[in-house]
Design a protein around this ligand. Structure first.
Ligand code: NAI
Ligand code: MG
Length: 365
C-alpha cells in the first residue's frame, strides 16, 4: 500500500500554505509516480470550534498510525482567551508528547538568492547549510520539581534541568544518523563547565560516538556556540543540543537565513513497525493572523517541510533535492512573496502564485 500522510492544516495561514503543499503532493503522484494516501483533519482552533478540544482523540489515533503528519500552524486571536487546557497549542503539544517526538530537526539553510536578506554579511551566510537537532521531550521544560513555592517570606520559581542517559542517547543517535547522511561532522553543545546534566550529556554523546567512527565529533559550550553561530556559522554541519539551548540556538540560527516564511522543521521519534520513524513536519512559523486570509503568506516553509518528509520518512532523497532545488530556482528567478521583498523590490506574488511557480520549476526539472 502507499505511504500515508495525515495533513493537519490548522489555523490562520496554515490552510493557505497547506493548499500549496497539496498541489505539490499531487505533482509527485502524477509526474514522479510517488503515490501517497493523504487524509486531512482538524487541529488547533479549527478543532476546538468543532469538537471543543484542540485535538480530537480520533485525530490523535490517526496521527499515531500514519507514516507522517504534516502540520500547518495553530492559534490566533480568536482563541487567545480560552482556558489553558483547550488552547490551540495544546493540540500541538499533545501530538509531540503522545507520538514521543524526541528529536527536533531545524535546518538553517541560506539560499543564495536570499543571502542579502540575512541579518549577517552575505559572505558569512552564502551557501550556509546546517542542521540543529534539539532534544524535544525532556530537560528543563519538563523536569520535576517545578512550580512557584513559598520560601521564608518570599516566593521562589523552580524548574529542574533533568536528563537521563537514555534521553540523551536516543537524541544523539538521531543526530549521528543524520551526520552520516550529511557531512559526517557533529558538534554537541552543552554547558559541562557549570551543569551536571552537561557533564552527563558530554559523556553520553562521546560514548555514542564510538558507534559512528566516521563522524568527526566536537564539543562546545552552548554560549560559545551562540557566538560562533553568528560569527562563522559555516564551521558547523550538524549540531546536537538540549531542549532549552536548542530552543534558543535554533531561533538564532533561523535568523541567519532571512524570513520565517522559509523555515521548515521535522520532529522525529522512535522507529515504527515498518522501520519509518514516527514523524511530524511543520513550518517554524505560526498562524500569522496579521496576514491570514489575504493570500500573502509564503508557502515555502511548509513546502520545504514536505521536502524533509520526502527525505526522512519516505527515503526519497533525490526527490527531496528536486523539490528544494525548485524552491531555490523560483527565488533565483525573483519570484517572491511579500515577506521576501526589499522595500524597493517590485510586486510580490500571492501564496498560490508562489506554489504554482514551484510546480513550474518542478516541471522544468
Ligand atoms: P507568526 O510566526 O505567526 O508570525 C510572526 C510574523 O512573521 C508575522 O508578522 C507574520 O506575518 C510573519 N510570517 C509568519 N509566517 C509567515 C509566512 N509563511 N509568510 C509570510 N510572513 C510570515 O508568530 P506570532 O505572530 O508570534 O504568532 C501568531 C499566532 O501563531 C499565535 O497564536 C501563536 O501562538 C501561534 N504560533 C503557532 C506556532 C505553531 O503552530 N507551530 C508557532 C508560533 C506561533
Ligand atoms: Mg522558540
Amino acid at each position: 500500500s502507499n505511504p500515508s500522510i495525515l495533513i493537519l492544516p490548522g489555523d490562520g495561514i496554515g490552510p493557505e500554505v497547506m493548499a500549496e503543499v497539496r498541489k505539490i503532493i499531487d505533482w509527485f503522484g502524477a509526474k514522479r509516480g510517488l503515490q501517497f494516501d493523504v487524509s486531512e483533519d482538524l487541529v488547533g482552533g479549527a478543532a476546538y470550534d468543532v469538537h471543543g478540544v484542540p485535538l480530537a482523540d480520533a485525530t490523535m489515533d490517526k496521527a499515531q498510525e500514519v507514516d507522517a503528519v504534516l502540520l500547518g500552524a495553530v492559534g490566533g486571536p480568536a482563541y487567545d482567551n480560552l482556558d489553558f487546557s483547550v488552547k490551540p497549542e495544546r493540540g500541538l503539544l499533545r501530538l509531540r508528547k503522545e507520538m514521543d517526538l524526541f528529536a527536533n530537526l531545524r535546518p538553517a539553510q541560506c539560499f543564495d538568492a536570499l543571502a542579502d536578506f540575512s541579518s549577517l554579511k552575505t559572505d558569512v551566510v552564502a551557501g550556509l547549510d546546517i542542521m540543529i537537532v534539539r532534544e524535544l521531550t525532556a530537560g528543563v521544560y519538563f523536569g520535576e520539581p517545578r512550580g512557584i513555592f513559598e520560601e521564608g517570606n518570599e516566593r521562589v520559581g523552580i524548574n529542574t534541568q533533568r536528563y537521563t542517559e537514555s534521553e540523551i542517547e536516543r537524541g544523539a543517535r538521531a543526530a549521528f544518523e543524520l551526520a552520516m547522511r550529511r557531512n559526517k561532522k557533529l558538534c554537541s553543545m552543552e554547558k559541562a563547565n557549570v551543569m551536571e546534566s552537561g557533564i552527563l550529556w558530554r559523556d553520553v554523546v562521546t560514548e555514542v560516538a564510538k558507534d559512528y567512527p566516521e563522524v568527526e565529533l566536537s564539543h562546545m559550550y552552548a554560549d560559545n556556540g551562540a557566538m560562533q553561530l553568528v560569527r562563522a556559522p559555516k564551521q558547523f554541519d550538524v549540531i546536537y543540543t538540549d531542549n532549552l539551548f536548542g530552543d534558543i540556538l535554533s531561533d538564532c540560527a533561523a535568523m541567519l537565513t532571512g524570513s520565517l516564511g522559509m523555515l521548515p522543521s521535522a520532529s522525529l521519534g522512535a522507529p515504527m513497525a515498518n522501520g519509518r520513524p514516527k514523524a511530524m513536519y511543520e513550518p517554524v512559523h505560526g498562524s500569522a493572523p496579521d496576514i491570514s486570509g489575504q493570500g500573502k503568506a509564503n508557502p515555502s516553509a511548509c513546502i520545504l517541510s514536505f521536502a524533509m518528509a520526502l527525505r526522512y520518512s519516505f527515503d526519497q532523497g533525490v526527490e527531496a533535492d528536486r523539490l528544494e532545488a525548485a524552491v531555490e530556482q523560483v527565488l533565483a528567478d525573483g519570484v517572491r512573496t511579500a515577506d521576501l521583498m526589499q522595500a524597493d523590490g517590485g510586486t510580490p506574488v500571492s501564496t498560490a502564485e508562489m506554489g504554482d511557480a514551484v510546480i513550474a520549476a518542478l516541471d522544468a526539472s
